[in-house]
Design a protein around this ligand. Structure first.
Ligand code: XBP
Ligand code: MG
Length: 251
C-alpha cells in the first residue's frame, strides 16, 4: 500500500535548473569576473553530474581558462558556488519561480488523503526553503513529514543515500513509497533504494533515458502523453488516485 510520496526538487517541483541554477551560475561568473559562461545546451550536458559544486569542478577540469593548480580551482569553485546559491535564493525567493503544473494540486491531494510527503534532493536545505516558502507559504514544512537534502545525504544521486535516509526517517519499507523524479540520476537513486518512480520530464531531460520507471510523462499537469497511459484520460492532471493505481499495478 502506498504510504508516502517522495519528491525530487530540481526539475520536478519547479524548472529550477533552467530558470534558477543556470541563471544564478552565469550571474556568479559575471560578478566574479570569471571568463566563461554556460549556455543552455552546455548546462544540459553538465547536468549529468549531480550537485552544483561537483558540476562546476567537472567543467573547470575541461576549461582552458580555469586555474591550473588544484588548490586555486577548488577555491574558485567554492566562491562561485557560494555566490551562485545566494543569487539562486534571490531568484526563487518572493515567489520568483513557480511550481510546475499539477504539483500543488498533487500535494493538496496528499494532504487531504493524509498521505505523507517527503523531500529527497541533491540541493541544499536553504535552496529548498527559498523555493517553497515563496510557493507554499511560511508553513510549507508542515506539508512534508521529512526533508532530506544535500547536507544530510552528501553522496549525490544516483547514489541511493538520499532515498534510503528518507525511508529510514519515515520508518517505511521501500515498497510503501513512490518517488517523483525528472532525471536519470534521480531514477537510478530511487530504484537503487528499491523505490518505484514516476518521471515527470523536465526541460533538460525531455528525451532522457528513463528505464526502470513505473510511468513517464511530460508533466503532472496533464494526463496526455503518459506511458503507460493515464487511467482517466479526461482528467486534467495526474492525481493521487492515478499514483496509487500505478503503484498498486507494480506490486
Ligand atoms: C539537482 C542537482 C542540484 C542542482 C544544484 O537536484 O543536481 O545539484 O543542480 O543545486 P535534485 P546545488 O536532486 O533536486 O534534482 O548547487 O545546491 O547542488
Ligand atoms: Mg531533479
Amino acid at each position: 500500500m502506498l504510504e508516502a510520496v517522495l519528491w525530487d526538487v530540481d526539475g520536478t517541483l519547479a524548472e529550477t535548473e533552467r530558470d534558477g541554477h543556470l541563471r544564478a551560475f552565469n550571474q556568479a561568473f559575471a560578478m566574479l569576473e570569471v571568463p566563461w559562461r554556460w549556455s543552455e545546451p552546455r548546462y544540459g550536458e553538465l547536468l549529468r553530474v549531480a550537485g552544483g559544486y561537483e558540476r562546476l569542478l567537472h567543467d573547470m577540469r575541461q576549461q582552458p581558462q580555469a586555474p591550473a593548480a588544484d588548490a586555486a580551482r577548488l577555491a574558485l569553485a567554492t566562491r562561485i558556488h557560494g555566490l551562485k546559491n545566494e543569487l539562486y535564493v534571490q531568484i526563487v525567493g518572493n515567489a520568483g519561480l513557480p511550481l510546475r503544473a499539477g504539483v500543488r494540486e498533487l500535494l493538496d491531494d496528499c494532504r487531504r488523503a493524509g498521505l505523507r510527503c517527503g523531500i529527497a534532493t541533491t540541493t541544499s536545505a536553504a535552496n529548498v526553503a527559498a523555493l517553497l516558502i515563496g510557493q507554499l507559504g511560511p508553513d510549507w514544512r508542515s506539508r512534508f513529514a521529512v526533508s532530506v537534502c544535500a547536507e544530510d545525504a552528501p553522496r549525490k544521486k544516483p547514489d541511493p543515500q538520499v532515498y534510503r535516509l528518507a525511508l529510514e526517517r519515515l520508518r517505511l519499507p521501500p515498497q510503501a513509497a513512490l518517488a517523483i523524479e525528472d532525471s536519470p540520476a534521480g531514477v537510478a537513486a530511487a530504484r537503487a533504494a528499491g523505490i518505484d518512480v514516476v518521471v515527470t520530464r523536465s526541460a533538460f531531460f525531455a528525451g532522457a533515458e528513463t528505464a526502470g520507471a513505473l510511468a513517464v510523462g511530460p508533466s503532472l499537469g496533464t494526463t496526455a502523453g503518459w506511458v503507460p497511459a493515464a487511467r482517466n484520460i479526461n482528467a486534467d492532471r495526474i492525481d493521487l488516485a492515478q499514483l496509487i493505481h500505478w503503484h498498486a499495478a507494480s506490486r
